[in-house]
Design a protein around this ligand. Sequence first.
Ligand code: CO
Ligand code: ZN
Length: 330
Amino acid sequence: MNDLIKKLVEAFGPSGFEDGMRDLIRPEIEKHADSINVDNLGNLIALKKGDGSGLKVMIAAHMDEIGVMVSHVTAEGFCRFTNIGGVLPHNLNGSRVQFADGTVGIISSDRLTDRSKIHGLDKHFIDVGATSKEDCPVSVGDPAGFKREFLAQGKRLSAKSMDDRIGCVVAIEALKRLKNSPHDVYFAFTVQEEVGVRGALTAANHIDPAVGIALDVTLTGDMPESNPMAVSLGDGAAIKVKDSGMIAHVGLVNIMKQRAEEANIPYQLEVLVAGTTDARSMQVANGGAAAGCISIPCRYVHSQSETVDADDVEACVQLLVEILSKPIDL
Ligand code: CO
Ligand code: ZN
């Protein structure tokens, strides 16, 4: 799986600019799906038909990543920028971003007079090697994603956009392994999650699923002095019970737990205090859906070294395949 992970996590694709991601994912899923569609917002949706006895199930994994967008170029050729999604100022200094045309920029900030404080985004800038506004290769409105190589150290896998390319990998793997499902399963690779779960809302409005399952990363509580949270890296797939945008469907949570136990798949229960996923959109779209989320535990979310455990990723794939292979009695 690491080759596919590397390919997806190193690719460019901030929210609203997911075209390249679509082009990377499409060949991975084409021969395993009955049909493939791209909707007006850019969601890539693969349908795998069931035997007619099951439900309409939507799986959502978002293709987009957080990033930045140039808002102003100074006379000296430095770019001021705004955020695309949840960019954290304390993760920025010295980091590199890459624009769609391959231009690489270094992020730095204005002088800090008080080192116990951190500047907001407005006091950061991107240096693309220009000396004036005229010779600056990028301009206002140009988006950039972070640039960082994929790192595999044993089972620990780190990258700039595990959120949520690792969810895309789980979806692709499950689609490949899924045989004889009773359900019509729509695998949606969604856009614009990081700016407010937008793509999944459009896709769910159109698909109108009975059941919606998001695949996304979640935080862990296993680092020094981290916020207390009962999710740890390496302890298995995280079955979401609640986050700040959704309370998962109780029946669906029970089915997830049951399938994990029957198949001896390691799992943990997740209550996430802040943040949400595409499951929220699926839950409230149209007349609503029974929604839940299989989360991949991840350290350092929204940094450039988001870190997951390969065994957890495998557990998530297995759990999703188990759920989709059997009837879902809510
Ligand atoms: Co995110
Ligand atoms: Zn995410």
